[in-house]
Design a protein around this ligand. Structure first.
Ligand SMILES: [Zn+2]
Length: 201
């Protein structure tokens, strides 16, 4: 791709580092920003900088939060006895968008992957076990992990740890495509998977 200016080339290259944005789209966005009012670029830059500096993680579930607890943990409208275990914040958003789930979450921040050197202690499994131990109200854990081999290993490990704790463990039904990622599954399929979850053996 030929660029009329080094400044534009730099902006395009940075923009194209974002997922789902190719060089062509990046160029279109950059040219759009260039011809728009300067306040748009300023607003965008400020919002992104504030987000990076201000956002933190919920001390209970590790979802993204503006305060110590996230909006979901803080809400009185949620069922406090169910925890849905997911890999990432993007999965929380995907499940929230189905409108089918009213319990709490626990964000692992990854899955066990021996190849990548990620063991059980590198993701937030201990914090999950601690939550269940500290709160006798919690009676059900739903594993909503991606359909990958690493996620299956993780689900197996967590289930083994949970068994002696006397909580019901279920896994979302596999309407989620094998090898697919939750965040890209359509809302209806994902919603149905949560409703018709299967007990974990
Ligand atoms: Zn939370």
């Amino acid at each position: 791709m030929n660029f009329p200016s080094k400044l534009i080339e730099d902006a395009v290259n940075e923009m194209a580092k974002l997922p789902g944005i190719g060089k062509k789209t990046a160029l279109r966005l950059v040219l759009f920003l260039l011809k728009s009012d300067e306040s748009l670029t300023e607003g965008l830059t400020e919002a992104l900088t504030n987000m990076r500096e201000g956002v933190s993680y919920c001390r209970k579930c590790f979802n993204i939060a503006d305060k110590e607890l996230c909006m979901i943990c803080e809400s009185n409208m949620r069922e406090k006895q169910i925890i849905c275990v997911v890999e990432s914040t993007a999965d929380v958003l995907a499940i929230e968008n189905t409108g089918q789930y009213t319990g709490l979450y626990h964000v692992l921040g990854g899955v066990i992957s021996p190849i990548e050197g990620i063991g059980p202690s590198d993701i937030r499994i201990d914090a999950l076990l601690e939550r269940i131990r500290d709160d006798s109200e919690i009676s059900e854990i739903i594993l909503a992990l991606n359909a990958t081999m690493e996620a299956d290993t993780t689900a197996f490990y967590i289930t083994k740890k949970l068994r002696p704790m006397g909580v019901k463990v279920s896994s979302i039904a596999r309407g989620v495509p094998v090898g697919g990622e939750l965040e890209y599954t359509d809302e209806i399929t994902l919603g149905r998977s949560i409703v018709s979850r299967v007990s974990y053996e």
